[in-house]
Design a protein around this ligand. Structure first.
Ligand SMILES: Cc1cc2nc3c(=O)[nH]c(=O)nc-3n(C[C@H](O)[C@H](O)[C@H](O)COP(=O)(O)O)c2cc1C
Length: 165
């Protein structure tokens, strides 16, 4: 017998949701990282991903003005850092220093990658849409860094080895 359906809450109703860290660099060179749950693949060919950023985030202006960002996939080893970066703003404190977040330059875009995350996706913004609470930035994937143990001879990434948060 089928279970009875009743109406549920509309908010964030598409689950499960990937959670990532988005890293960015403003025009003045300041770097930042925030947690993002509104994100996903949005084109297979050419490869594109999108991230939703609330305009009040300190990172928003950096991403908007620089025209690029990096999506970092996060595993359980980085959960404490993820939670901190998603609950503290760089407007109030140097949260990257507090959590000793390591950054390295991207190869193709002017934004840092998080080398302690297993996969880093460098993106150049090609479009955006203000959906409501979030501005969805569409990023063309310019380069994907992946831990070597995850990648086969053809460059395919074995995501099953990542213990996602
Ligand atoms: C699980 C989780 C998911 C989040 N998803 C988003 C998101 O999709 N978009 C967004 O703008 N903020 C999101 N946030 C909130 C930001 O990460 C948070 O406000 C952060 O402190 C912003 O940092 P900033 O002000 O230094 O940019 C999320 C936070 C958590 C913990």
């Amino acid at each position: 017998m089928k279970p009875e359906k009743i109406e549920g809450n509309k908010k964030s109703c598409m689950q499960p949701q990937t959670k990532v860290l988005v890293s960015c660099r403003g025009l003045d060179g300041e770097e930042n990282v925030l947690a993002v749950g509104y994100c996903g693949n949005c084109s297979y060919d050419p490869p594109m991903v999108m991230v939703g950023i609330v305009p009040s985030r300190y990172s928003y202006k950096m991403i908007k003005e620089s025209g690029c960002f990096v999506v970092n996939l996060v595993d359980q080893n980085y959960k404490e850092t993820f939670d901190y970066l998603g609950t503290h703003s760089k407007r109030d404190e140097d949260k990257l220093a507090v959590m000793k977040v390591k950054l390295e330059n991207g190869k193709k875009v002017n934004a840092p990658i998080l080398p302690d995350c297993p996969v880093n996706i460098e993106c150049k913004i090609v479009d955006s849409i203000m959906t409501g609470s979030h501005e969805m930035f569409v990023g063309k994937v310019e380069y994907v860094h992946a831990d070597s143990k995850l990648v086969d001879d053809e460059g395919n990434i074995d995501f099953s080895q990542i213990n996602f948060i």
